[in-house]
Design a protein around this ligand. Structure first.
Ligand SMILES: Cc1cc2nc3c(=O)[nH]c(=O)nc-3n(C[C@H](O)[C@H](O)[C@H](O)COP(=O)(O)O)c2cc1C
Length: 168
């Protein structure tokens, strides 16, 4: 058996970040219009929850300055980012500058912001919110889904963006 790199009790923040980063995820851009401008951020904590009723969840840091603005929007757009959108994703997480600068997007009639060339578009309403330690677990009630078949997703793993390759 391989020797663990960290003792199980060594749950300092850095070790935990590395541990969580060992689990590969996709990344969604969550966005909405606020005062006519696109507002949003990148989230890798997206997870599907329920088919009936259709629900997904994201875990949002309590320190997020963007989430309180999104939470008040009537409809949110969720775009599952595609394989070439790593740089776009970093920009959507940046603390400085216009997060949507150079990123093609569109808004729905309800004000959900969706990123072009994504793998999947969802629109959702904010549902129940649960305590998640230094994060909040936010259930999102889905209103619509539009899949773009053949558009490969972006994969986030060990702090790096990667692409899927078929198993040999
Ligand atoms: C790949 C990636 C995944 C992220 N996932 C999450 C997440 O699941 N939840 C979260 O609260 N922030 C996540 N972030 C951080 C946010 O995108 C953003 O940087 C953070 O909300 C700080 O900005 P704000 O104060 O404008 O909200 C992620 C960032 C990156 C680059």
């Amino acid at each position: 058996m391989a020797t663990p790199v960290h003792h199980p009790s060594a749950l300092d923040a850095g070790a935990l970040r590395r541990a969580f980063g060992a689990y590969p995820t996709g990344v969604v851009a969550i966005g909405a219009l606020r005062d006519g401008e696109p507002v949003g951020f990148a989230a890798s904590s997206f997870v599907s929850i329920s088919l009936e009723p259709p629900m997904v969840a994201v875990s949002v840091a309590r320190t997020s300055t963007t989430w309180p603005r999104l939470a008040e929007a009537p409809v949110l757009g969720l775009s599952v980012l595609s394989h070439g959108q790593g740089a776009l994703c970093r920009k959507l997480a940046s603390r400085a500058g216009d997060r949507f600068d150079g990123t093609p997007w569109q808004a729905t009639d309800g004000g959900a912001v969706l990123i072009h060339d994504a793998t999947l578009w969802l629109t959702a309403r904010v549902g129940p919110v649960y305590d998640g330690g230094d994060h909040e677990i936010v259930l999102l009630e889905l209103l619509s889904a539009e899949l773009f078949p053949g558009v490969e997703p972006l994969v986030f793993h060990t702090s790096q963006f990667r692409e899927l390759t078929p198993h040999a």
